[in-house]
Design a protein around this ligand. Structure first.
Ligand SMILES: *[C@@H]1O[C@H](CO)[C@@H](O)[C@H](O)[C@H]1NC(C)=O
Ligand SMILES: *[C@@H]1O[C@H](CO)[C@@H](O)[C@H](O)[C@H]1NC(C)=O
Length: 349
């Protein structure tokens, strides 16, 4: 357990390196087979997205290559047919969770990023994406900050109150950024997890008060299974982790009875894919497609001479994990296919 914590810590320290406000890769593609007709956007739902790299589809500044800007650099986006295989700020080889949620609601991809919203002619009818890679409850361009921006847009009527009449929010604070650096004392850790989950619940309450109808809230995936933590074991097995279960227990306790909230159980779904009892959906379930040479490095890293400091797999579709934290596009597709039915039931569609 201690080594797990250390590993988790380590992973998150990396995620939160200086300048880590956001790395997003923007990748959409329709080669993802999301299953929804791409020709038109006829969704009745407005989607407002809050969260981290699982949901960010272009909010991070396209700064110099770094941990949090890597989504704007190769090889992010390599499988992204919709965007010509180019990086778009999404931390994956293609589409991310917010894209698949948008598709389930009848959109083509995640709604426009808040950062591009201000450009002329951007159609805000699908909603807005405020998520930023590197965000947590406590850290980064965090949930509160993202909700503050949303509140400001409502106040200025850039988002109209009536836009909320059929609105769905995705709250995706689940890449584990807050757990980059956790207290080593078990009692403090418990309190810390409570603090993080209280922050998520508080965000949900704020969004409800603002008038959002329905909320999809991510539970934490098994962080002991992320390549950050399994690298030390040559990507052979998940590490025991004392955070995921408690985090999710708190969220279930606080939000489980709320009819306007659907908890997305990424723990169960990821585990079912990564440690399958029967059907194996992916040949590579622990090893990431894009692996940094240095365990403290990141996918997409280059040295001063421009030499790649990472290796890229040949077939991303055969891998569940893209980098040390995020699933591949094929990984997200498999995850969201398993959640699509419950999301549709929840929205009554
Ligand atoms: C939890 O939050 C409280 C109130 O903000 C703070 O005083 C406390 O230090 C936090 N505890 C941990 C372990 O982070
Ligand atoms: C991982 O692989 C290396 C090289 O094959 C080996 O030396 C090491 O013992 C392995 N570690 C574990 C935990 O299996």
């Amino acid at each position: 357990m201690e080594s797990l914590l250390a590993a988790a810590c380590f992973a998150f320290l990396l995620l939160n390196a200086p300048g880590a406000e956001s790395r997003r890769c923007h990748c959409d593609d329709d080669g993802d087979g999301g299953g929804v007709d791409d020709s038109s956007d006829q969704s009745p739902y407005k989607l407002f997205v809050f969260g981290d790299s699982f949901a960010d589809a272009g909010n991070a500044l396209k700064g110099r290559l770094g941990l949090n800007t890597r989504g704007w650099y190769e090889p992010c986006g390599v499988s992204d047919a919709r965007h010509g295989g180019k990086p778009t700020g999404r931390c994956s080889d293609g589409m991310v969770q917010s894209d698949f949620v948008a598709k389930i609601l009848g959109h083509k991809e995640a709604p426009p990023a808040e950062r591009v919203r201000r450009h002329d002619g951007v159609d805000l009818s699908p909603g807005i994406n405020f998520a930023d890679a590197g965000a947590g409850v406590l850290l980064g361009w965090n949930l509160d900050t993202q909700i503050d921006v949303f509140r400001r847009l409502l106040r200025h009527k850039i988002v109209d109150d009536k836009d909320l009449s059929q609105s769905v929010a995705l709250v995706a604070i689940s890449a584990g950024v807050d757990y980059s650096d956790v207290p080593s004392d078990p009692a403090d850790l418990d309190q810390y997890i409570l603090n993080v989950t209280d922050g998520i619940v508080d965000g949900v309450r704020q969004l409800q008060d603002l008038g959002v109808n329905d909320l999809l809230v991510n539970l934490l995936p098994p962080i002991g299974c992320t390549p950050w933590n399994t690298r030390a074991y040559n990507y052979t097995e998940c590490v025991r982790d004392s955070i995921t279960g408690l985090h999710n227990k708190h969220l279930k306790h606080k939000l489980g009875d709320d009819d306007s909230v659907l908890l997305l159980d990424l723990d169960t779904v990821f585990k079912g894919i990564v440690t399958p009892k029967t059907e194996k959906l992916f040949y590579h379930r622990h090893t990431p497609c894009c692996e940094s040479a240095d365990e403290e490095g990141f996918c997409g890293q280059v040295d001063g001479d421009g030499n790649k400091q990472y290796t890229l797999c040949d077939g991303p579709d055969d891998y569940f994990y893209w980098d040390n934290t995020n699933p591949t596009q094929a990984g997200w597709k498999a995850v969201m296919e398993q959640l699509e039915g419950s999301i549709k039931d929840f929205l009554g569609s």
